[in-house]
Write a protein that binds this ligand. Structure first.
Ligand SMILES: C[C@@H](C(=O)O)C(=O)SCCNC(=O)CCNC(=O)[C@H](O)C(C)(C)COP(=O)(O)OP(=O)(O)OC[C@H]1O[C@@H](n2cnc3c(N)ncnc32)[C@H](O)[C@@H]1OP(=O)(O)O
Length: 173
């Protein structure tokens, strides 16, 4: 009962705050088709990841030129990356550099020689529920199970071709 109430009040607040450019609910669809899922929800933007060909130069840019707080380099062999986090207050940047021959960042940098935005990471409140629903909606998840990500929490990646050209990481909040 309380779940239903939460869903319904969430729907009402979305309807009340929706932008005028968002099309109104189609009267041809039944009301139940438009009830948003309530098993899991998106949270805040955790980070934006940037693949860089030279980690030291990128650290220099963010720390010494732009004056940001920049972490030490951490190796994450399970993901095939070196990571550096840049603290921005409301979110973070994650600088990524290839580690090992099979690194996903290596193939990305082959196509984007000077580096570029690699993925965005959004927090979710229930990553398993998210996986179940996204699979039903035919969004490709790039691993069978969540992996432990840079913050020691479970993460999954969604195929960029199913997310309008952006590789999306979901992290358990
Ligand atoms: C530590 C952790 C954390 O933050 O917690 C991390 O960051 S780990 C960060 C590193 N880990 C990951 O990225 C894991 C998830 N990534 C993957 O599974 C892979 O990198 C894929 C995204 C599936 C891409 O695989 P692969 O490079 O073998 O395929 P591919 O080069 O043929 O790419 C297939 C198509 O996707 C596009 N594509 C590839 N990478 C992309 C990206 N990052 N953003 C947007 N589009 C991308 C390609 O241009 C290509 O499009 P066209 O066909 O149109 O040319």
């Amino acid at each position: 009962m309380s779940v239903l109430f939460t869903c319904f009040s969430g729907l009402l607040s979305r309807l009340q705050t929706s932008s005028p450019t968002v099309p109104a609910l189609s009267s041809s669809k039944s009301f139940s088709q438009n009830i948003p899922s309530c098993l899991w929800k998106l949270g805040r933007l955790n980070h934006v990841a940037i693949a860089v060909p030279d980690l030291e130069k990128a650290q220099y840019l963010y720390k010494d030129v732009l004056g940001a707080q920049v972490s030490e380099t951490v190796a994450l062999p399970e993901h095939g990356v070196y990571t550096v986090f840049v603290e921005l207050g409301n979110t973070k940047l994650e600088l990524l550099h290839p580690l090992g021959e099979k690194s996903p960042i290596a193939s990305f940098l082959q196509k984007n020689k000077t580096g570029g935005m690699h993925h965005i990471c959004i927090e979710v409140d229930d990553i398993k529920a998210a996986m179940t629903e996204l699979k039903k909606k035919k969004i490709r998840i790039l691993s069978e199970e969540p992996k432990i990500g840079a913050h020691g929490k479970p993460v999954i990646f969604l195929h960029p071709k199913d997310c309008h050209g952006v590789l999306v990481e979901l992290e358990q909040a």
